[in-house]
Design a protein around this ligand. Structure first.
Ligand SMILES: Cc1ncc(COP(=O)(O)O)c(C=O)c1O
Length: 445
């Protein structure tokens, strides 16, 4: 191949597409060329309804003007400034804005570039915190089944999705314990919203303490709603109970809110929805409305102060990225938070939650449906897998949604996921459910 030829939309070979069957994709490409509001257009001008807010990130819909303009202005004003030993005004401004949305007591914000880096950073901070207070024996990091904390080694180790771990060799030492997913299909299937009380799921942490000793456990990390693992709402009282047990044994509690922050569950952070204050919160995605890569971790005063050095030249934490606090990301984050506030989007998320719930639960009796789950502006339609071919039925349904119904849905195994932008109208949500209904009726047995 002539490598000087500029790549055209027809030259699909070089791009190794993540989390995608490349050979099949390149034979049947799904290319999204432009986007506005709730819709993409492909290269032929076909309008495609976005059922998943980009990838759980475009919470205000695609391309709101104020965010695009803020990024353009920033590119002219300050393209880059290092945030190692130096900094720039907007990094301080955005950190203050993020902590003002976080629960009281979480007053410091560390910036990274993605959700994976946010999760990784929180795990490293947990271990380094105990090391700095003279309790270096606390190294264990406890995750949960079906959890997704990104793709770095720490994240896949505390993560609970087998396929994301299997090919990559040994996981990080001290991450072998996973809490059970607080879900029981026989009892919980087709519940609307959060599940009922059952302390036994959180109490599993007590068993891990009994087995290993609290003096070896640094932190527990959970998503307030299991997201990429297939949308599993939490149980009533579950996060409170985890908080109690962590307090009892002085274990740090980390919420991974990469999906649930910035309105997905109707609040700035899901911690507010559930009235539980963790020690750290990971965020990413919606912070810039998906426009510029940005993630971060907010941490408590207790954690931040533990890193302060006595010597003026002593570095607090040997961690960070070239692009931590990147000016373009800071400008996008400030503009996104202004836009969410000015458009009352978190409130709108709360208003639309019952509309999405009603639309998806109407699919209960459709062919192949095994469970339907919803919480906030997120919903899952779990299909029964084809015998001997897990994932095949879901994959076919996702492709048919795109090709036959002009709808983008997300796939997790055989589960179809909807997570519309918070601007979605009742009509658009109805169209998403209708499209899935039509596809389920057409799927082969
Ligand atoms: C809870 C959670 N943590 C971490 C991540 C990883 O984020 P990223 O893909 O930006 O690395 C995701 C991505 O979906 C996520 O849902």
């Amino acid at each position: 191949m002539d490598k000087t030829t500029p790549s055209t939309p027809n030259d699909l070979e070089a791009f190794w597409i993540p989390f995608t069957p490349n050979r099949h994709f390149k034979a049947h490409p799904r290319i999204l060329a432009t986007a506005q509001g709730m819709y993409y257009e492909d290269q032929t001008g076909r309008r495609i309804l976005d059922g998943i807010a980009g990838l759980w990130c475009v919470n205000a819909g695609h391309s709101p003007r104020p965010i695009a303009e803020a990024i353009a202005r920033q590119a002219h004003e300050l393209d880059f400034a290092p945030c190692f030993q130096f900094a720039h005004p907007k990094a301080f401004e955005l950190a203050s804005r993020v902590v003002s949305l976080a629960p009281k007591g979480l007053d410091y914000c560390f910036f990274v570039n993605s959700g994976s880096e946010a999760a990784e950073t929180s795990l490293k901070i947990a271990r380094a915190y105990f090391s700095s207070i003279g309790e270096g024996s606390r190294y264990r990091l406890i995750g949960r089944e079906r959890a997704y904390h990104g793709v770095n080694f720490g994240g896949i180790s505390v993560g609970g999705i087998g396929n994301n771990r299997k090919a990559f060799g040994p996981t990080v030492p001290g991450t072998d314990d996973h809490l059970p997913l607080p879900y029981n299909h026989a009892r919980d299937a087709f519940t609307e919203g959060e599940y009922g009380f059952d302390d036994s799921y959180a109490d599993a942490l007590e068993r891990m303490v009994a087995l290993h000793g609290a003096e070896t456990i640094a932190a527990v990390i959970v998503e307030p709603m299991t997201g990429s693992g297939g949308v599993f709402p939490t149980r009533r009282g579950y996060l409170q109970r985890l908080r109690q047990i962590c307090d009892k044994y002085e274990i740090l509690l980390i919420f991974d809110e990469v999906i649930t922050a910035f309105g997905r569950l109707g609040h700035g952070f899901a911690a507010e929805r559930y009235g539980v204050v963790p020690d750290m919160i990971c965020f990413a995605k919606g912070i810039t409305n998906g426009t510029v890569p940005l993630g971060g971790v907010v941490v408590s005063e207790k954690i931040y102060q533990a890193f302060e050095q006595k010597a003026d030249h002593g570095i607090d934490i040997f961690h960070g990225h070239t692009y931590s606090g990147h000016p373009m990301a800071m400008a996008a984050g400030l503009a996104a938070l202004d836009h969410y506030r000015d458009a009352s989007l978190f409130e709108r998320g709360r208003e639309m939650e019952p509309v999405l719930a009603k639309a998806v639960h109407a699919l209960e009796r459709d062919p192949h449906v095994h469970d339907i789950r919803n919480v906030g502006m997120a919903a899952a339609i779990e299909l029964r897998p084809e015998k001997g071919a897990p994932g095949k039925r879901g994959y076919e349904a996702m492709i048919r949604c795109f090709e036959e119904e002009n709808l983008v849905v997300r796939l997790s195994g055989d589960t179809l996921v909807l997570s519309p932008a918070l601007i979605a109208s009742a009509d658009e949500i109805g169209r998403m459910a209708d499209a899935i209904h039509a596809v389920l009726l057409r799927l082969p047995e």
